[in-house]
Every structure is written in structure tokens, then in C-alpha cells.
Design a protein around this ligand. Structure first.
Ligand code: IPE
Ligand code: IPE
Ligand code: MG
Length: 241
């Protein structure tokens, strides 16, 4: 394994749980359960590979459009994950952050989120940013509101608005995404961290999330290492691709 040119911040859009279950004649719930099981193993591997920041798309605001039964199952499963994984995050020294709105979530879900955030806040080895009840467009709307409020309070003026100020007013202050993986073969972002991924490299494996294992992740990283990131500049002459 080559640790040259590793991404600092990796995003994962964990898609395909439903199809994984359907292929096996199982309920969508089992697909989600297997997705959560895979996530535990995968995170362990990712931090072991020296990747410091991981953002995962766990539940979008738009996912509330699903059947109530599926939504409730996902909420219960998430509480279990947030509660049961605390000891792992403490052992591995991972700080957990949540991005998204909390207003319309169940109280027991909010409590589990707050507890995990509070208990892991001093951990320094890695960061897990969980996008939960999240929408990338709403994150930008919320940042605009925060900025407007600061102007209103005479803390800043319109001339202070620039990319850095917008970034500072997003849900988290983290380095931009370097690499975004979306499993299951869907070729879209579905509102995932659209501000933070302006120059991210994308990777779309066909593998359904419950099957996206450590080996598949290493293949993804190899692909990232081959990419030539130009950020609008010219091709680096030292690169041979
Ligand atoms: C991803 O799997 C999990 C969530 C969106 C919560 P899906 O549930 O979207 O699975 P597919 O896309 O129906 O296969
Ligand atoms: C994106 O997947 C959201 C998460 C993975 C949490 P979806 O399955 O909701 O996205 P669409 O509906 O296919 O765009
Ligand atoms: Mg899906």
C-alpha cells in the first residue's frame, strides 16, 4: 500500500443498501443494518490508513420522503450506532461531528447525537463528520442566514463576504473534500457537501454499500492517487498521466 498523496478529507455517499437487500429477497431494513455493519469495519480501516477526516452521508433531509416505517427504522438504527460505537471512537480517539439540521428530528435521536459529540469532543486522532438530516443547499442557506445576521448586528459588512467567510459559516470548519466516493453506481451528488467539494475528485464504484469493503476502499485510494489535480492550473510536468 502506497501512502503517497493520500487525501486529507474523504467523503462517502453510502448508497445501495436497499438494492443490496432486494437482490437477496430481503427487506430494505436488513440492507440498512448490513450497511451500518460495513461502516464500522470500513471506518476502522480508513483511519488505520492514515486518513484523518471522513465525512459520511448517513441521512438526507430528502430521505424523509420515504415510507414512515423505513424512516423510523433508520432513526432507531442510527441511535444504536451512535450509542454502541462510542467506545470505539474513544479507543481510536476519533472526534465525531454532526452536520445537518436538528430541529425536526426525534428527541431521542438528538440526544444520542449530542451525547456522542460531547463525549468525543476532545479526541484528536481523527474526525468523523456525520451528515445526518443534511442537505447541501440548506447548509448554504443556513450559512447565508448566519452571515446576514452578523451584518445586521454590525459585526461585519457586505464587503467582508468572500469564500473564506462563507466556509467559516458552514456547519463545520474543516479542510475541503479531496475525494468523494459514491457507491452503487449512481452518478450524482444528491446534495452532499456541494460547497465543500468544489475541487474534489469523484469516484463512482458500482458496488453496493454493504459490499464496499476495505479492499474496495484501497482500490478507490489507488485511483485517487493516479488523478492529476489541477485546480484550474496547468498539468504538472512531473506527472506522467
Ligand atoms: C442508502 O441506501 C442509505 C440511505 C439513503 C439512508 P438506499 O436506501 O438509498 O439504497 P437504494 O439506493 O434504495 O439501493
Ligand atoms: C443519498 O442517497 C443520501 C444518502 C446516501 C444518505 P439517496 O438514495 O437518498 O439519493 P437519490 O434519491 O438516489 O438521489
Ligand atoms: Mg439510494
Amino acid at each position: 500500500m502506497n501512502d503517497n498523496k493520500l487525501p486529507i478529507h474523504v467523503g462517502i455517499i453510502m448508497d445501495g443498501n436497499g438494492r443490496w437487500a432486494k437482490k437477496r429477497g430481503l427487506s430494505r431494513s436488513i440492507g440498512h443494518k448490513m450497511g451500518a455493519k460495513n461502516l464500522k469495519k470500513l471506518l476502522k480501516h480508513i483511519y488505520k490508513r492514515n486518513i484523518k477526516i471522513v465525512s459520511i452521508y448517513a441521512f438526507s433531509i430528502e430521505n424523509f420522503k420515504r415510507d414512515k416505517k423505513e424512516v423510523e427504522y433508520l432513526m432507531d438504527l442510527s441511535i444504536k450506532f451512535f450509542t454502541n460505537e462510542l467506545k470505539t471512537f474513544m479507543k481510536e480517539k476519533i472526534k465525531v461531528l454532526f452536520s445537518g439540521r436538528k430541529d425536526n428530528l426525534r428527541v431521542d435521536v438528538i440526544n444520542a447525537m449530542n451525547e456522542l459529540e460531547e463525549n468525543t469532543k476532545n479526541n484528536t486522532k481523527g474526525i468523523l463528520n456525520i451528515c445526518f438530516n443534511y442537505s447541501g443547499q440548506k447548509e448554504i442557506v443556513d450559512a447565508i442566514k448566519k452571515i446576514a445576521m452578523k451584518i445586521n448586528n454590525n459585526e461585519i459588512t457586505i464587503d467582508d463576504i468572500n469564500e473564506d467567510l462563507v466556509s467559516e459559516n458552514m456547519y463545520q470548519v474543516l479542510p475541503p473534500l479531496d475525494f468523494v466516493i459514491r457507491t452503487s453506481g449512481e452518478l450524482r451528488t444528491s446534495n452532499f457537501m456541494i460547497w465543500e467539494s468544489s475541487y474534489a475528485e469523484y469516484y463512482f464504484p458500482n458496488t453496493l454499500f454493504p459490499d464496499f469493503n476495505e479492499k474496495e476502499f484501497d482500490i478507490a485510494i489507488e485511483e485517487f492517487q493516479k488523478r492529476n489535480r489541477r485546480f484550474g492550473g496547468i498539468i504538472n510536468e512531473n506527472e506522467n498521466n
